[in-house]
Design a protein around this ligand. Structure first.
Ligand code: UDX
Length: 489
């Protein structure tokens, strides 16, 4: 390959086929494309179909000559719900079907056809522990991007030590005891706050084995990209650096992406940067315009969480009994998979009609930025948590699985911008928490949330911010590591 070619590397980006990770990686892909890198984005066919159907992603990326989408099957039937309760089936599909295709793509040069340049660098989701050896085998440097929260990822890295010391598995009567084996979080994390996967009694369970492989593999790669900043998770980053010294905290990534697009005059209000897998219903924005400032509870449980009809009823009663207005994004399939098979009881339907706006999916970043929003009732997915930080919206957290248990505990105990409803999702607790944040301690939470917004923005708002610096360092390192490839050719 000619030397001058390498100043524009060809990066293969390989996300986990879920809304949160795809969202993050598309933002990173665009930032690399703005730096004139060639980028191939490897989606599953299912994800790609939904992106093309519900977003302007194709026309957005057509502006970047070296950008291509590639797709692979995910090994699941078309009608598979692909919800959090079936996560292991998604993971198995990636391992059994996608892994060999990924290896073939990296070694048979197919990806160079469209881009006219061989792949010189790989960025893969941290969950793909198989990717590093495949890239090494092809002589291509790889950096992992773990899109879950670093405070939760750190507990993943501590899992071997927790197993060795006997802290995992743990029993139900230990749930409220503090965890000893997660350095830096000894005074914060209880056993019930650990990632939901750690609550197993069987250490041979597939998900435990996948996490152990993940934390073994990540330090063997060239580096680790993280969606956070020193201002948000400084102590956690110090802990992570003891294992992965070459890390790139570039978050909140959605805000860094917006800041860089604006300064590159690439952002236009007409074409939003939504990467939604469902249709964004923007009719709620007009409804929000008619509501008083900070008067509305925004409710969403993200793209994977599912709730039972009992939990749904508790949520409905709790919100209605709080007397507040609410905007509810009720994702199709979020009610244990049978989205439409429930009816709101008579005694609630009038109040919900009068004070609520219920939609299937909204453009969440814009909703959270709306002045009418006073509280986010969330499942504590990491992207949602960061988006709420940046907009200064306090949270009530009802975590479902994965990293969400750790996130909700940190929101309450470390960042102090919300209340952790973990394991207590009943109508009385919900109403009490809403009144605490929107009435009794309104000033305290507003002050804390706006302090967090300043902290979250500090790393991205101007060129001098730490996330800008770390992103530029990543760009340079990709260039240098890609040079190694050309030196061998
Ligand atoms: C998953 C895991 O659940 C989460 O714990 C992990 O941190 C990331 O991967 P998800 O459940 O989808 O993510 O939650 P989250 O990380 O919050 O991502 C959801 C994304 O969908 C957010 O960027 C949010 O802005 C967007 N969203 C959600 C919408 O655009 N509209 C909606 O109505 C709801």
């Amino acid at each position: 390959m000619a030397k001058n070619d390498v100043q524009f590397p060809h990066v293969l980006i390989f996300p986990l086929p879920l809304q949160g990770p795809v969202n993050c990686m598309l933002k990173l892909a665009e930032l690399l494309a703005i730096n004139e890198f060639h980028v191939t984005f490897l989606n599953t066919e299912y994800i790609q179909d939904r992106l093309l159907k519900h977003t302007h992603v194709q026309s957005r990326f057509d502006h970047y000559p070296g950008f291509n989408f590639e797709t692979v099957p995910d090994g699941l039937p078309e009608d598979h719900p692909r919800t959090g309760d079936k996560f292991i089936e998604i993971a198995n599909g990636m391992e059994e079907v996608v892994k060999p295709l990924f290896e073939e793509m990296l070694t048979n040069g197919k990806l160079s056809l469209k881009s006219s340049k061989p792949v010189t660098f790989v960025i893969a989701d941290g969950f793909y522990s198989f990717a590093n050896d495949i890239a090494k085998g092809a002589g291509i440097p790889l950096v992992y991007f773990d899109t879950i929260s670093p405070c939760s990822l750190w507990t993943f890295f501590c899992l071997p030590r927790l197993i060795e010391s006997g802290e995992v598995p743990f029993k139900e009567d230990e749930y409220d005891r503090k965890v000893k084996g997660v350095p830096g979080s000894e005074n914060c994390l209880r056993y019930r706050d650990l990632p939901s996967f750690f609550g197993t009694s069987d250490l041979n369970e597939r998900i435990i084995q996948l996490i152990l492989q993940e934390v073994k593999e990540i330090p063997r790669s060239e580096g680790l990209i993280l969606n956070t900043s020193e201002h948000i998770e400084g102590p956690i980053l110090s802990q992570l650096s003891t294992i992965c010294p070459n890390n790139y905290p570039i978050g909140p990534l959605h805000a860094l992406h917006e800041s860089i697009l604006l300064s590159a005059q690439k952002a236009s209000p007409q074409v939003n940067s939504s990467n939604s897998l469902w249709e964004d219903d923007i009719s709620c924005m007009t409804w929000l315009d008619g509501q008083p400032p900070k008067s509305v509870i925004y409710v969403s449980i993200g793209s994977l969480a599912v709730m039972t009809s009992d939990q749904l009823m508790e949520l409905c009663h709790g919100i209605v009994n709080s007397g507040k207005r609410f905007l509810w994004s009720q994702r199709p399939g979020s009610l244990g998979g049978q989205y439409d098979n429930y009816t709101i009881p008579e005694e609630l339907s009038d109040a919900m009609k009068e004070r609520g706006c219920i939609l299937s999916w909204v453009y969440q970043v814009e909703v959270l930025a709306h002045p009418a929003i006073g509280l986010f009732l969330t499942h504590s997915g990491w992207n949602s948590t960061l988006e709420s930080f940046v907009e200064g919206v306090p949270m009530i957290c009802w975590p479902y699985f994965a990293d969400q248990q750790v996130n909700s505990r940190f929101v309450q105990e470390v960042w102090r911008v919300g209340i952790d409803l973990k394991d207590k999702c009943d109508r009385v607790t919900i109403e009490k928490a809403v009144r605490e944040v929107m009435e009794d301690k309104k000033d305290e939470f507003e002050k804390s949330a706006s302090r967090m917004a300043k902290l979250a923005r500090q790393s991205v708002v101007d060129r001098g911010g730490s996330s800008h610096y770390n992103f530029n360092r990543l760009v340079e390192d990709i260039r240098v590591m890609s040079l190694r490839i050309s030196a061998h050719d």
